[in-house]
Design a protein around this ligand. Structure first.
Ligand code: NDP
Length: 478
């Protein structure tokens, strides 16, 4: 075979990835279950580069140079297993199967193990950036063996997005499921970012009394500063869009029920298993769930709320500035939590993930790309053992400078009855971490009382139990 890479599964993502490889000078073998898609790609974009269309799996495999590198871009879940089963028997030792779909990292771990036994490398790759990213340069998060990365990495570097300093947004994240794990947390952080922006919008609309167009202008202004990011940029676009049918703001004509495909939920489920407090991401997932209960919301509409406190122009402008501080501080917390989860996953599965390079490959191509990520990269680069982003001197100073306005924003939201679960959870996380003593001591006392679950003392080692039902003396429990 002559093709350096093959793509099977030529729906939007696969097709754009294939074109991206071809536009970057690679010969790309093409395959799709329904051959009409393969032909359509060649008909429409055949002149963009060198394609080798294949009708059968055999033909596809034969079109690839050895060691073969084939990317699966089909629906995640059973279809991915079906396609692996179809191709694995046709491959030889040392060949590399790449799954670029949104697989759960546990599935990736299982597939990697099964294929390793057959001498085939399996590389789960997280790809972010949607259709546009796939075509023009995504952020790429590959897992799998070091050996497979040596063969695959250079090809991925060609098609990856380029960070502002020119480096490709791809790195070998770690073995087996590490890439899909990091992609999952990326999506969780994306949920949190979106929720925080939505809360800022809600406050500017309901408390400051701003129109969507004015809020768009506010976001545009914020986007020239430290909040500079793709999500803020597109938020301004969505908010300034006028609905053609009604002539009103587009945002007012869209049903307020947020949907989800599941990666945010996976992030939270995994965080629960790992015992990592990703409260900001969890609130973002729950906020979407809550929006999706129209009957419950309808029935609750008559519940009492506070009286409105309209702000004058000057107070509204001051409030908008406070909201910017709250948004920035909460964003720092979201990323702190997300990176904590990556660190915990890395320890649990022995992935040895370099957090600085994860931040680095999110700087371009993906949905959460932002100026901010360069700062996170330097924080981890200068101190790889940084226990938490909040321990970075610069972030700690910034969040400290923002905290008064952050508190004022949450207080105003509470007083005026505007839900800000993201801002509030982030602030609670910050304050809980700051606390000298947590009421967890009381929780331990309660657990010991009703379940003899024992507790540890601050003044000496060991586990203890108090005889609550007896004379309340203390016994050593070890
Ligand atoms: P879809 O998820 O819609 O999947 C369609 C493709 O899967 C078609 O090529 C289809 O073939 C193929 N397929 C489905 N079932 C089977 C099967 N049993 N056997 C063989 N082929 C099958 O395509 P997308 O392009 O939207 O997404 C591809 C992957 O990328 C998914 O895992 C998705 O989650 C992920 N994704 C990632 C995004 C990102 O930003 N990173 C954005 C969107 C998706 P046929 O034409 O014959 O029906």
């Amino acid at each position: 075979g002559t093709a350096q890479i093959g793509v099977t599964g030529l729906a939007v993502m696969g097709r754009n990835l294939a074109r991206n490889f071809a536009r970057n000078g690679l010969t790309v073998a093409l395959h799709n279950r329904t051959t009409a898609r393969t032909r359509a790609l060649v008909d429409e974009f055949g002149d963009e580069g060198s394609f080798v269309p294949a009708e059968s799996a055999r033909e596809f495999v034969d079109a690839l140079e050895r060691p073969r590198r084939l990317i699966i871009m089909v629906k995640a879940g059973e279809p991915t297993d079906a396609v692996i089963q179809e191709f694995a028997p046709l491959l030889e030792e040392g060949d590399v199967i790449i799954d670029g779909g949104n697989a759960h990292y546990e599935d990736t771990r299982r597939r990697e193990r099964e294929l390793r036994e057959r001498g085939i490398h399996f590389v789960g790759v997280g790809i972010s950036g949607g259709e546009e990213g796939a075509l023009h340069g995504p952020s790429i998060m590959p897992g799998g063996s070091t050996e497979s990365y040596a063969s695959l990495g250079p090809l991925l570097e060609r098609i990856a997005a380029k960070a502002p300093d020119g480096t490709p947004c791809v790195t070998h994240v770690g073995p087996d499921g590490a890439g899909h794990f990091v992609k999952m947390v990326h999506n969780g952080i994306e949920y949190a970012d979106m929720q925080l922006i939505a809360e800022a919008y809600h406050l500017l609309r309901s408390v400051a009394g701003y129109s969507p167009r004015r809020i768009a202008d506010t976001f545009r202004r914020w986007n020239t500063g430290r909040l500079d990011s793709y999500l803020i940029e597109i938020t301004a676009e969505v908010l300034s869009h006028t609905d053609a049918a009604t002539g009103g703001p587009f945002v007012d004509i869209v049903e307020d029920r947020a949907e989800q495909k599941g990666t945010g939920r996976w992030t939270v489920q995994t965080a629960l298993d790992l015992g990592v407090p990703v409260s900001g991401i969890a609130e973002a997932v729950f906020a979407r769930s809550l929006s999706g209960h129209p009957a419950l919301r309808e029935a609750s509409r008559s519940l009492q709320g506070p009286a409105a406190e309209p702000l004058d122009e000057e107070a509204a402008a001051r409030f908008a500035d406070q909201v910017e501080q709250a948004l920035y501080a909460s964003k720092i917390v979201s990323y702190t939590q997300g990176f904590h989860q990556i660190q915990a996953g890395s320890e649990e599965y022995g992935w040895d993930i370099d957090l600085g390079s994860v931040a680095a490959i999110w700087r371009a191509g993906c949905i959460i790309r932002a100026a901010f990520l360069d700062r996170i990269r330097s924080a981890f680069d200068s101190r790889p053992d940084l226990p938490s982003l909040l321990q970075d001197k610069q972030f700690a100073e910034e969040i400290g400078a923002a905290q008064d306005d952050w508190r004022a924003t949450v207080a105003t939201a509470v007083r005026q009855g505007v839900p800000t679960p993201g801002f509030s959870a982030a602030l609670a996380y910050y304050d809980a971490l700051r606390a000298e003593r947590l009421p967890a001591a009381l929780t331990q006392g309660q657990r010991d009382y009703f379940g003899a679950h024992t507790y540890r003392r601050t003044d000496r080692p060991g586990s203890f139990h108090t005889l609550w039902g007896g004379d309340r003396s203390e016994v050593a429990a070890d």
